[in-house]
Design a protein. Structure first.
Length: 443
């Protein structure tokens, strides 16, 4: 593959690679359709728009490409789902690029325009997802760490090279049977069961660096790859195009908080009952959000006290049972008591979601941290920092869409952010407020 790609003759006109023309600049090195017969076709001149997506929850990179076809490529290349799309797009002055061969899996929305051309979407994804749909994992793992099981499935079922796999090590070995599942199903299930003393929430996902089986807490500890914070400023506030790229185009708060949803899903507290059918015993354990490692030390909510008990620490808000077959002659401790911490981590993470649009930036990837500075809605009094210190700070990139418009040469990055805590604490709740509300409602 590498030898063939070196022989590709890219006909697209390109500007100097190391200089920005504007904040949304990019360089198309290659957009090539690799047909089932092994031939390469440069289709850059047919492409109107291409989008490449990553998502912590979806596992594999994917995207689509809008094509205006005046040469009948659909027939000429005999598109039928065994093709690959080689995409190589760079951003000036950046060391990272999109350089990957994707599998074409669908063509949709095909219409005729101007009686002489067709317009349609070509959908593509990582080849490993197609491979996952064609294989099944039916295997018993004895006395194995979940991280080692995930590594084995990625290497031997999805055929991913070791240089493209990043795995955070889990702790206690377990006994696991994968019951004839697709590799992607098995990896996502393993992510829901992975645990270690300091890490409680794992994800299986792909970004430009490869495939990852990473814990949320280890992602929080990663150095921020983008040192400059994204800010709410007008373009032109900086003296260079490099700095202008960090001025936010638009922002949508998808979710600020929802205490009804969070509490019912166990985001604040929950109770687990383990039923042991062998010994005819059961045990209950209560969990609170304070036990879960998070991005900042301060919770994103105030926990009022009612009748001397913290309101949101109630285990009754979310109740789960499981069969506890540990300490038997055939099974090891499976770490079941740690599973609830993942549920709590996800509930807290998804309680604060935002969509941010910025001039294109390939370094923004799923699983990376970014810094965002939020201004106060009302200008604070003199001598007060203009940035809202509770809202500003680090955020985790949950999903990202790199959108390249070749018609007007415009590059935007749309990404979703989340975080489960705040850099500064909220004001402490008034312990008498509940009595005051009762008096009002009972009057």
């Amino acid at each position: 593959m590498e030898t063939d790609l070196q022989e590709i003759n890219v006909t697209a006109q390109r500007l100097p690679d190391d200089k920005y023309v504007d904040t949304r600049d990019f360089r198309v090195k290659a957009i090539q359709l690799i047909s089932a017969d092994g031939s390469f076709r440069d289709i850059t001149h047919l492409v109107m728009e291409i989008q490449v997506r990553q998502d912590l929850y979806l596992g594999f990179m994917s995207g689509d490409m809008l094509v205006t076809d005046a040469i009948d490529l659909h027939t000429l290349a005999a598109l039928h789902g065994n093709e690959y799309l080689y995409v190589h797009i760079e951003e000036p002055s950046q060391s990272i690029s999109i350089n990957k061969a994707f599998r074409v899996y669908k063509v949709s929305d095909r219409i005729t325009v101007l009686n002489s051309a067709a317009r349609y979407l070509i959908h593509f994804t990582s080849d490993e997802l197609v491979l996952s749909n064609l294989k099944k994992v039916s295997k018993a793992y004895k006395d194995s760490k979940i991280s080692d099981i995930a590594q084995d499935i990625m290497a031997n079922y999805l055929l991913i090279g070791s240089s493209k796999i990043t795995v955070d090590e889990t702790s206690q070995p377990v006994d696991v049977v994968i019951p004839n599942w697709r590799p992607a199903e098995a990896l996502n299930w393993l992510a829901s069961r992975a645990f270690s003393p300091d890490n409680t929430c794992w994800f299986f996902y792909e970004n430009l660096e490869g495939f990852n089986f990473r814990s949320l807490q280890s992602l929080y500890k990663e150095p921020n790859p983008i040192k400059v914070p994204f800010v709410f400023e007008n373009k032109g506030f900086a003296k260079s195009l490099d700095m202008d790229k960090y001025a936010i185009d638009s922002f949508i708060a998808l979710k600020d908080f929802d205490i009804l949803e969070s509490s019912s899903q166990g985001g604040f507290g929950m109770r687990l009952m383990g039923l042991d059918p062998f010994h005819r015993t059961f045990i209950t354990t209560d969990y609170s959000l304070s036990e879960v490692p998070k991005l900042f030390k301060n919770e994103a909510f105030a926990n009022p006290v009612i009748d001397s008990t913290p309101l949101y620490d109630s285990g009754d808000s979310h109740y789960m049972t499981y069969l506890d077959s540990s300490s038997t002659s055939t099974e090891k401790e499976s770490g079941t008591k740690n599973w609830l911490k993942r549920i709590q981590s996800l509930a807290a993470l998804n309680s604060n979601l935002s969509e941010v649009v910025v001039p294109g930036n390939i370094r923004i990837q799923a699983g990376s941290l970014v810094s965002i500075r939020y201004p106060y809605t009302v200008t604070p009094k003199e001598g007060v920092d203009m940035w809202d210190k509770r809202k500003s700070g680090k955020y985790l990139v949950v999903a990202v869409n790199h959108k390249f418009e070749l018609v007007n040469h415009r590059f935007q990055t749309i990404f979703m952010t989340a975080r489960d805590s705040m850099p500064e604490s909220l004001p402490p709740p008034d312990t008498t407020v509940n009595d005051k509300i009762r008096k009002i409602n009972n009057a």
